[in-house]
Every structure is written in structure tokens, then in C-alpha cells.
Design a protein around this ligand. Structure first.
Ligand code: 3H9
Length: 703
């Protein structure tokens, strides 16, 4: 067994040093070895006090999340920390890096805490659907009080060492010599006694709040976290620290709540995403030895919303961006817009004026493509026209240096066809950003038939540098995200013709947890955008006059959504708040009558099932067609780019939860009742359902 904990004697101090890369997470082996080291420390009469510190970049980053899937074996962290706290010699935690979850709980069980300047601490359990389960909900309130504990544990936010000091979560912050400072404090405690410093023995710093206070907290937590149970359980656990019950009773209550939380769907979903988001850059067959190309400067063609956002995404990461628009005037206008965006960040206190100026210095706007001759990567972000994009790529092929990567930000067009006009299709790829590109985390990296492995590796490395969550896609209309969205929106629009109201459809989708209803999304993006894209590909659309008809009718009226004050909804010009648009709904009803579509009551369940089954079925087809590598990648796309509720894991995690057999039966039933051309279950979905498999199994290579 490798040595994860060492005990070294330094004078009268025992240094308990944890070394479990990459993040010192608490695996079973680590717990076993820490217990053995604590016992050795306790038994060594020469050691009067201890320091608990970590090697590597960080103090303990919490429990090993993988263990929650496989079952947690003894010794349990909560028991180990009780033993640590009960020692008759003091131990001081020496914190650096990011102390998270079970890591902070470990520090709380120590008798004092010293942090290196720059350390950050958090209880991220809520973001993983977990009730802290190693004494944190009982010890933290005794140190920093109940309101501050609720704040930290319900938000999961990081606090700096200085804030932790102010809260009373750490006792001292040092600029250097962390272990020495901790050792000094430990020896002081050895001299004065540490019994009163056991968090379990302390009283709350202020009078315990009333039961009503906790009810209010539960109400607020439920409101901020709809459809979830764990946030309220966190309040329950913290409430136990406020009662007159003994500490041990509070710990037992926390243990029950924490163990139960691990089996909730929300926790499994959130943990699934934690690992899924870290796995997307693993591309089977891509040689790890391939070095990424250096990217020090980037060119962007097109100064519209997308191009400007992309330029800001690079500049924010310290990478120089050259933005090219059709003329010097247009380029100057684009730069002015970029400045405005940063100025509003400065106004809101999100950025300093100096940081704004230094970031702006990285963005150079020009009116001629010749400026791109020496950049390492070009991203074309002009509007969706194949002819225009091919013209630009022809030009880029002439201008750009050998080895430059040439990317298009198209969201729909065939990148093989774009690459074909160049003499270097192996350097061409899709980089599909999501608007606003400097904010949204998702990036689809689209691989054509000819994109080289080196270019794919370089694109993932570039994405990491600009802090995007990148997912690999193959070429098809809409790639992963937009392709899957198409049938989802199709059903929503079709139900408008069948008699459901705009508000009803969006209401059901929002209640499920989507950040916005799809019809409000169309209003936000511009109703004309989808209409134009469908117009471009008229020949490949289904033979169905009702297909996305409501959008088409709105566009004909010039009701394009928020930008024109009307769309599926009406918008207040001042506040942008939305109200129903009865004229639009009358328009849909008339059109439905003309097509002979029967109006009826559609219940919430049908609205949700039609939208979600259509989405899941297309997601399965995307997987089946090899457009996405893994089901988990599709889940990552939907959470990072489309407002899918994280606590439901993603479309295919959800499909496994619902049960694939049930979904196939639902699709088959819709085929009988609705337009059969749309309701053919994907072959993959059907075969997984028939064999009792799941998308998760398939990802693990068992499907
Ligand atoms: C908890 O503690 C509950 C308690 O109350 C106890 C209850 C009983 N487990 O993110 P990175 C892996 S809940 C397993 O790329 P960074 C990660 O998968 C836990 N593995 O690095 C990756 O592996 P790979 C509370 C973990 O520098 C590698 O480490 N704690 C864990 O960008 C590097 O990770 C948390 O929620 C883990 N806990 O960020 C902390 N953490 O290379 C979660 C990381 O194979 N972790 N890995 O892909 C983080 O937030 C970030 O990883 C961290 C480092 C900030 C630490």
C-alpha cells in the first residue's frame, strides 16, 4: 500500500502529513492510514502536540466522490474525526489551497486552524446533493453561528482565508511558513490546554434561533432550489445543532440525513455531472502523447454578438484577440460595444477599471483580413450562409500561416463542405460557442471527416485555457445540442396548434426545472433566427405544414420576440417583463383550423412527455449516429448550454431514471395518437430497453 500519511517528529510536534494526489480526497486507504497515524501520534510520549497538513496543491478537497457510488467502507470519516477531536493532545490544521467539504470538517475537528493567505474554503456538498456528513453541520455552527453556517452550506460558496478568519472558521492567517505557524500554535495549546477548543464541547456563539426561523429557512431553501430535497435536509441537520440535544445526538441525526442524501436522484445526478464534465476531453483513440499546438493569438471574423463574445472570452483568459469586421468603421463599432460590456461589469463591481483597460488592450479590431496572417487560430463568426462562409475560408486559406487552425462557429452548417474549399481540411474544425460567448461555459468542438488528432487535442487545450467545458461532436445539422433541441421545440409549437397556451407549455417546462420555457427562449434568441435556418434547409424539412408553423406566423407579422417587443409573449418596453400575447394565440388557432387540427385540452403530463420524450429520442439517435461520444457528453451539453436542471442530471441520465422501457412504450403510444413520422423510437433506445440496459451501462462499455 502506498504511503498516504506520514508522521514525523519535529521537536515535540508530530507532523501528520497527507499526500494523496491529485486533491488529497479521503479515500478509504487515506482514512485507514490517518487513523493509524493518529494512534501512533497518541502513543508517542515525545510528541506533545500535532499539526495536520497536506502535500501538493491543496488541503483535503473532501470525501472521495467515487466511493459514494460503490459504498463507503469503515473507518467512516465521521468516526475518525470524533477520534481526532477527542485526543488528549492538541492538533492544529494547516490549511492551503482549497479546503472543501470533508476537508473543512477535518479542520473543524482539529483544535485550531491556521491558513495560508490565498486558501479558500467551502462546503460544496449542496452542489453535489449531499448533506455534509462528517460532523460539519454540528461543529460549524458552534464556531461561527447558525446564520453564517446556513449561508455557507446552502450556497456552497468559497470563502477566502480572510473571510474565514472574520467568521471564526480559522484562527490565524499567515503569509508564509504555514507549518511552522501551526506548530507554534500547537505547542501553545499543549501548554494552556485544548479541551475547551473542541468544537463539540462549545456552546453556540449566540442564542439558538426559534423553530419559526428554521421553517423560514426551509421555505427559502425550497424556493431557491425547486424540486430538490437536500437543501431542506441541510437546514434540518443544522437545526439539530441548535437544540438542547447532546452533540452526539446531533451527529447521529446528521449521519442519517447525510446517508439518505447520497441515495437521492439529485445527488446521483449531480455527482454524475461532476465526473461527466471532467471526462469530456477523453477522446478514445486520441494519442495522449500528441502535443497541442501553441495558441498565443486568435483571429475572429465577424464583429456581431457572437464574434464580440468570443473575443472577450479569449481576452478574459489573457489571450490576444484580433477581431475583423467588414470595414474599419464596423470594427470600431464592435470595439465600442465590447468596451460598453466591460464598462457595465465595472459599474456592477464585477471588474476593476484597471482590469478592464488591460483586458481591452488585448483586443484589436480591424477592417481587413490581412491582419490574420500570423495568428494561431481563426474563428469565423459571421451569419449562417454557406456561400459567405466558403468565401471567407477560401480567403483564410490564402492568408493564414501554415499550422494555423481554421474554425467556424456555425451552429448548423456542414463543416465538411466548408473545409473542402481549403487546401488544409485537416486544420479545419467547428468551434461552436453559445451566446453570450464570454459567459456561457459550453463549447462544442466539431470534428469533420478530415480534422487531425492534433487539432482536436489543441482545441481541447484551448478550451481549458479559456475555461470552457468542451464536448466533442461530429458533423450533422445542429451538432449535438441544436439537433436534439429541434424535436423538443417542434412538439412545443405543435401543441400550440392543438390548443395549449404559450404560458401553459412554458409553465410546465419551467416547473420541470428548465431555466426558461422553450417559447420564451425563442423570443429571447429572436423568432426569425430559427425561421431563417429552416428556410435555408427547406428541402430537408418534413412534409408537414404544421412544422414550426407558430414561429413562421410570428415572423410574418414581424413579431420577432424581445427585440421587437412582441413574439410568443408581449414585452414591456421598460421592464422587459412578459405578458401573454392573445393576438398571437388567435393567429395560431386560426391556422390550426385551416389545417384541420383539432383543438383540445392538453394536460401537463402530455406536454412534458411529448417534449421530453422527443428530446431523449433524438439524443439517443445522436449517440447511435456517433455524433456524440458518450451519453454523459450529451448531459454535459444540456446542462452547460441549454438550461437543463442540473439536479436532473441531463436528458440521458433522466432517461435511465424514468426507465427506457417506459419511454419506448410512450413513444410507441404517441406514434398511434400523433403524427407517426415523428415518433419512431431510436434503434439504440429500443435495443437498450429490450435488453434491460441503460445509457450509463453503454458509457461504461457494457451496452
Ligand atoms: C464531502 O466531502 C462530503 C463530506 O461531508 C463527507 C461525507 C461523509 N473525489 O477538478 P479537477 C478528481 S463531498 C474524487 O480537474 P482542479 C477529479 O475527478 C466532497 N475525485 O482539478 C479529477 O480527476 P481526473 C466535497 C475527485 O484543480 C482530479 O481529481 N468536495 C474529487 O480544477 C482533478 O480534479 C468537493 O466537492 C473528489 N472529491 O480542481 C470537491 N475532487 O484527473 C470537488 C477532484 O481523473 N473537487 N477529484 O479527471 C473540486 O471542486 C475540484 O476538483 C478541486 C480541484 C477544486 C479540488
Amino acid at each position: 500500500m502506498s504511503e498516504l500519511v506520514t508522521l514525523q517528529r519535529q521537536g515535540h510536534v508530530g507532523l501528520l502529513l497527507i499526500d494523496n494526489p491529485p486533491v488529497n480526497a479521503f479515500t478509504r486507504e487515506l482514512r485507514e492510514q490517518l487513523r493509524a497515524a493518529l494512534q501512533a501520534f497518541a502513543a508517542d510520549a515525545q510528541m506533545l502536540a500535532g499539526v495536520l497538513a497536506c502535500e501538493g496543491n491543496t488541503f483535503i478537497a473532501g470525501a472521495d466522490l467515487r466511493e459514494f457510488d460503490t459504498g463507503i467502507a469503515a473507518p467512516l470519516l465521521r468516526d475518525l474525526l470524533d477520534e481526532l477531536e477527542a485526543l488528549d493532545k492538541p492538533i492544529v490544521a494547516a490549511l492551503h489551497g482549497t479546503a472543501l467539504g470533508g476537508g473543512v470538517e477535518t479542520a473543524l475537528a482539529c483544535h485550531a486552524r491556521v491558513a495560508l493567505q490565498g486558501t479558500r474554503l467551502a462546503f460544496p456538498e449542496i452542489t453535489l446533493g449531499i448533506v455534509p456528513g462528517a460532523g460539519g453541520t454540528q461543529r460549524l455552527p458552534r464556531l461561527i453561528g447558525i446564520p453564517a453556517s446556513l449561508d455557507l452550506m446552502l450556497s456552497g460558496r468559497m470563502v477566502t482565508a480572510d473571510e474565514a478568519l472574520a467568521l471564526g472558521l480559522v484562527d490565524k492567517v499567515v503569509a508564509s511558513d504555514l507549518r511552522q505557524a501551526a506548530a507554534t500554535r500547537a505547542m501553545e495549546l499543549a501548554a494552556i490546554g485544548h479541551e475547551h477548543l473542541r468544537a463539540s464541547a462549545r456552546e453556540l456563539p449566540e442564542a439558538a434561533p426559534t423553530a419559526d426561523y428554521f421553517d423560514e429557512q426551509r421555505k427559502a431553501a425550497a424556493k431557491t432550489n425547486p424540486n430538490r430535497t437536500v437543501p431542506c435536509s441541510i437546514v434540518d441537520a443544522i437545526e439539530a445543532s441548535a437544540s438542547s440535544r447532546a452533540f452526539a445526538e446531533g451527529i447521529a441525526h446528521e449521519a442519517r440525513l447525510s446517508d439518505d442524501s447520497l441515495t437521492t436522484v439529485e445527488s446521483r445526478a449531480l455527482r454524475h455531472l461532476f465526473f461527466a464534465e471532467r471526462q469530456t476531453s477523453e477522446v478514445p483513440g486520441l494519442d495522449d502523447g500528441i502535443a497541442p499546438r501553441a495558441i498565443t493569438s486568435v483571429g475572429i471574423v465577424g464583429g456581431g454578438t457572437m464574434g464580440r463574445g468570443i473575443a472577450m472570452a479569449f481576452a478574459n483568459a489573457g489571450i490576444a484577440a484580433r477581431l475583423i469586421d467588414v470595414s474599419a468603421e464596423a470594427a470600431a463599432k464592435a470595439l465600442a460595444e465590447i468596451r460598453k460590456t466591460y464598462e457595465s461589469r465595472v459599474k456592477r463591481g464585477r471588474m476593476s477599471a484597471e482590469a478592464m483597460e488591460s483586458t481591452l488592450r488585448l483586443i484589436h479590431c480591424a477592417g481587413t483580413m490581412g491582419e490574420l496572417s500570423d495568428v494561431d487560430l481563426v474563428i469565423e463568426a459571421v451569419f449562417e450562409s454557406m456561400a459567405l462562409k466558403q468565401k471567407i475560408f477560401l480567403e483564410l486559406d490564402q492568408i493564414c500561416k501554415p499550422g494555423a487552425m481554421l474554425a467556424t462557429n456555425t451552429s448548423t452548417l456542414d463543416i465538411n463542405t466548408i473545409a473542402a474549399v481549403t487546401s488544409r481540411p485537416e486544420d479545419v474544425l467547428g468551434l461552436h460557442f453559445f451566446s453570450p460567448a464570454h459567459v456561457m461555459r459550453l463549447l462544442e468542438i466539431v470534428r469533420t471527416d478530415h480534422t487531425s488528432d492534433e487539432v482536436i487535442r489543441s482545441a481541447f487545450e484551448m478550451a481549458r485555457r479559456i475555461r470552457k467545458t468542451a464536448v466533442l461532436a461530429r458533423v450533422c445539422h445542429g451538432f449535438i445540442g441544436n439537433r436534439i433541441m429541434d424535436p423538443y421545440g417542434r412538439e412545443a409549437e405543435r401543441m400550440l396548434l392543438e390548443g395549449a397556451s404559450v404560458e401553459k407549455i412554458d409553465g410546465v417546462l419551467q416547473q420541470f426545472g428548465w431555466a426558461m420555457g422553450i417559447l420564451a427562449v425563442y423570443d429571447l434568441a429572436g423568432v426569425d433566427v430559427g425561421v431563417k435556418i429552416r428556410e435555408e434547409r427547406r428541402d430537408s424539412l418534413p412534409d408537414d405544414p404544421s412544422y414550426y408553423l407558430p414561429s413562421k406566423l410570428l415572423a410574418e407579422q414581424g413579431w420577432l420576440g424581445q427585440k421587437s417587443g412582441r413574439g410568443f409573449y408581449n414585452y414591456d418596453p421598460e421592464t422587459r417583463s412578459r405578458t401573454p400575447n392573445p393576438e398571437a394565440e388567435a393567429l395560431f388557432r386560426r391556422a390550426a383550423d385551416e389545417l384541420g387540427i383539432r383543438q383540445r385540452q392538453i394536460d401537463d403530463e402530455e406536454i412534458l412527455d411529448r417534449c421530453m420524450y422527443a428530446l431523449i429520442n433524438e439524443a439517443a439517435m445522436v449517440l447511435e449516429d456517433g455524433i456524440a461520444l458518450r451519453a454523459a457528453d450529451i448531459d454535459v451539453v444540456y446542462n452547460n448550454g441549454y438550461g437543463f436542471p442540473r439536479y436532473r442530471g441531463g436528458p440521458l441520465f433522466l432517461a435511465d431514471e424514468i426507465g427506457l422501457e417506459k419511454i419506448v412504450a410512450g413513444i410507441d403510444a404517441f406514434r398511434q395518437q400523433l403524427d407517426p413520422q415523428y415518433w419512431q423510437a431510436s434503434a439504440l433506445l429500443r435495443s437498450l430497453a429490450e435488453s434491460g440496459g441503460s445509457f450509463a451501462d453503454r458509457d461504461r462499455g457494457k451496452g
